[in-house]
Design a protein around this ligand. Structure first.
Ligand code: 6PG
Length: 472
């Protein structure tokens, strides 16, 4: 009986596309899905060059695989992953590897690693980014976990991943659930950049009165230069998409309530849990929540309907400044996410190689951008850099753009155009680059009302004062 190199469980669009990508690269692969229709679709869509087999039962699937078995799961995060593991683990043998390629929560992965290790099985969490198209043609792949198991699947991952030059957009992200963690933070940054782009859009649309054709041109120009990135590129294209149901553009017909599947929220919760400041990511998460209050927003906009937007004096200059502000605020969002990875790596002993993270994010993933080349150089110089804002070369970019960020934030604030992402990126930068923050006063207040103690600037130790109450 012919045995297959890999197995894929979950033949939805992502699973099927990843499976075909693996098959295109010369690996044989069997697929399984509880939905027989999907198994049939898999067979029907395979080309004659591919060595692909659809299986109808878990037993047939498992026995079709070469040992040690290498099984990829592409099923929704949460209970479905546990359900698959429950049915498949009794059929597996010592040394088999199960790789979860979904957006699983990293703590779930840690639990599953331990559960499967007790059965002499390897479990790996692996982030995959690039959407449906990326899965088919080359995603960015973030595997973590057992190093020995990783080496067994490394040649396949390098073959199927996106490439920048001849460098594969995949690398070992560290121990345990590091792969899921890195993907979670990738998504947190994704939320922040999408929020910032939407604010730039609003500023150009309501501030400078640009129509969709003009917005298309601006984003096209941005994408052709230093802002070249996947998210700017797709935004450019969105402004060109005509609506099939009306005469206008589709973007103008889309309801302004943003959805979310949870990875952004996890990133914020994590940052709070381990004490890392990522305000632009936090605000991007909460902005999506706020967007859902549509009815209240309509009511409030009528109650406070007095906003008059002053046109910028020089539209061309305004567009340039909004572009620079977006570029810098995006850079600051990456800085926050990467700083979270630095701390998480310490906290959970992941040993995340930051240099490899930015290297493999340069292609295939949703947050790919030419800016990542600069981060890659920064981490090449100093792999232990705690924050990319501390890199000399990065500081030159920041100094060049900071005025535009301030002017854009000021324009938005004075004209009542909500710009939570832009404001927090600037606020983060200002706080991070301030030698003496006013929190000495917060410490005094805490000690005043709660005897929480404070430290001094001029001597070591912990102090408490019986604060005087003023008489008058
Ligand atoms: C990717 C995406 C992918 C997915 C997000 C969307 O890297 O390919 O991040 O994982 O599109 O989960 O997340 P929301 O639905 O929460 O916006």
């Amino acid at each position: 009986m012919e045995r297959y190199d890999y197995g894929m469980i979950g033949l939805g669009v992502m699973g099927r596309n990843l499976l075909y990508n693996i098959a295109d690269n010369g690996f044989s692969i069997a697929g399984f899905d509880l939905d027989g229709e999907k198994v049939k679709e898999l067979q029907d869509g395979a080309t004659s060059e591919m060595k692909v087999k659809g299986t109808g039962t878990m037993e047939d699937f498992v026995s079709a695989l070469e040992t040690p078995r290498k099984i990829i799961l592409m099923v929704p995060a949460g209970k479905p992953v546990d359900a698959v593991l429950e049915s498949i683990t009794p059929l597996l043998s010592k040394g088999d590897i199960v790789i979860d390629a979904g957006n699983s929560y990293f703590k779930d992965t840690n639990r599953r690693v331990a559960d499967l290790a007790a059965k002499n099985l390897h479990f790996m969490g692996m982030g995959v980014s690039g959407g449906e198209k990326g899965a088919r043609t080359g995603p960015s792949i973030m595997p973590g976990g057992d190093l020995e198991a990783f080496h067994l699947i490394q040649p396949m991952l390098e073959a199927i991943s996106a490439k920048v030059g001849d460098e594969a957009c995949t690398a070992y992200m560290g121990k345990d659930s590091a792969g899921n963690y890195v993907k979670m933070v990738h998504n947190g940054i994704e939320y922040a950049i999408m929020q910032l782009i939407s604010e730039a859009y609003d500023l150009l649309k309501r501030g400078a009165n640009l129509n969709n054709d003009q917005l298309y041109q601006v984003f096209k120009e941005w994408n052709n230069g230093e802002m070249n990135s996947f998210l700017i590129e797709i935004t450019r294209d969105i402004f060109q998409q005509k609506d099939s149901l009306t005469d206008g553009y589709l973007v103008d017909q889309i309801l302004d309530k943003a959805g979310a599947k949870g990875t952004g929220k996890w990133t914020s919760e994590q940052a709070m849990e381990i004490g890392v400041s990522i305000p632009t990511i936090d605000i991007a998460v909460t902005s999506r929540i706020l967007s859902a209050y549509k009815e209240e927003r309509v009511q409030a906009s009528q109650l406070y309907a007095e906003k008059e937007i002053a046109s910028p004096e020089n539209t061309e200059l305004f567009i340039k400044e909004v572009g620079d502000a977006l570029y810098l605020a995006t850079l600051i969002s990456y800085a926050q996410g990467l700083a979270l990875l630095v701390k998480a790596s310490e906290e959970y002993s992941f040993q995340i190689p930051l240099k490899d993270v930015v290297k493999i994010w340069r292609g295939g993933c949703i947050i790919r951008s030419v800016l990542l080349e600069k981060f890659y150089s920064a981490y090449t110089k100093d792999p232990l850099l705690s924050n990319i804002l501390l890199d000399q070369d990065i500081s030159l970019i920041v100094k060049e753009k900071i005025k535009s960020l301030r002017k854009t934030a000021a324009f938005a604030a004075s004209n009542g155009i909500s710009s939570l992402g832009i404001q927090t990126a600037l606020g983060y930068f200002d706080a991070y680059t301030t030698e003496s923050l006013p929190v000495n006063l917060i410490q005094a207040q805490r000690d005043y009302f709660g005897a929480h103690t404070y430290q001094r600037t001029d001597r070591e130790g912990v102090f408490h004062t019986s604060w005087q109450t003023a008489n008058d």
